[in-house]
Design a protein around this ligand. Structure first.
Ligand SMILES: [Fe+2]
Length: 293
């Protein structure tokens, strides 16, 4: 088998074929996937019957697994999966869909908003890898937005205006925008905002992109309503159909994306059905800007 990568959208996203990622892969294939990711930012692999361990093994080819608490209100003892595997399902520990009014479900509804994974961490994520173990028939698509093409399409004045802006990101902001505001003191301190540059440059390609996310709730030095109105304008711009690829899941798809160059969101689905999606995350290597003292 020979790895081949075919673009599936005019500006980004590709489909990788000719590779079995459930087994160890060689250095040439790792390098080809990294190159494909630099160029296309989203790669789809079909028919990969990954176990949790095989998914971890494939993910480790690209860096260190992110495995820190702080990304959810689900308590450690309530988790269905270990800390190095993010649970993107709608299930509890007994493999049953969460009740409509379950606090954990309401928190997870934040994934319906455009975001970049772990942008609320001082060192935001590099790649995310999502495996579709059980998928639903209708909805539950993952939509991606190309934040490089969105940046390129801005006018020169806006590019100059935003060049050095710094935003503050927190899970409090994304959840708060959906009206989920009841947090314990412990959760509030866990969700302490972090700073991120609004324009970031890709370390391999040198391309600039908009580092937006629903977690972004303020711009340092700006009045909050002005910051939020502007961030909303930018998200609206960046998620126009021409910048979006919508992935319709088949069971055993593995989709990996570069959080430094894209945003994503999940679309609505019937949550009485089981949807078991498991994510591994490659930790980022550096902050985008110095943190506040
Ligand atoms: Fe996500």
């Amino acid at each position: 088998m020979t790895l081949s990568i075919r673009p599936i959208h005019p500006t980004f996203a590709g489909e990788a074929t000719g590779i079995d990622i459930t087994r160890p892969i060689d250095a040439d294939d790792v390098a080809a996937i990294e190159t494909g990711m630099d160029r296309l930012a989203v790669l789809v692999f079909h028919d990969q019957r990954l176990t949790d361990e095989a998914q971890r093994m494939f993910t480790r080819n690209f860096g260190t697994l992110e495995a820190s608490p702080g990304g959810n209100i689900t308590k450690l003892h309530e988790r269905r999966l270990p800390l190095d595997m993010q649970d993107a399902s709608n299930l509890d520990r007994d493999q049953k869909p969460l009740a409509r009014d379950d606090r954990r479900r309401m928190f997870n509804l934040g994934n319906r908003l455009w975001h970049s994974d772990s942008s609320y961490r001082a060192v935001p994520a590099k790649y995310s890898l999502l495996s579709g173990r059980i998928v639903v028939d209708h909805g539950g698509h993952t939509e991606f937005a190309d934040m490089r093409a969105a940046y390129d399409a801005l006018d020169a004045t806006t590019k100059a205006d935003i060049e050095n802006l710094v935003c503050e990101h927190s899970l409090m902001y994304s959840r708060g925008s959906l009206g989920f505001t009841e947090l314990t003191d412990e959760e509030r301190s866990m969700f302490k905002p972090v700073r991120q540059r609004l324009v970031r440059t890709h370390p391999m390609t040198g391309r600039k992109s908009l580092f937006l996310s629903s977690h972004a709730g303020t711009i340092v030095g700006w009045p909050i309503p002005e910051a939020r109105a502007f961030l909303r304008d930018l998200v609206e711009h960046a998620t126009q159909p021409c910048f979006v690829y919508s992935h319709k899941w088949r069971q055993w798809d593995l989709v990996m994306w570069d959080n430094r160059q894209t945003m994503h969101r999940v679309t609505r689905f019937d949550e009485t059905q089981v949807r078991d999606m498991r994510r591994t995350t490659v930790a980022g290597e550096t902050v985008t800007v110095a943190q506040a003292a």
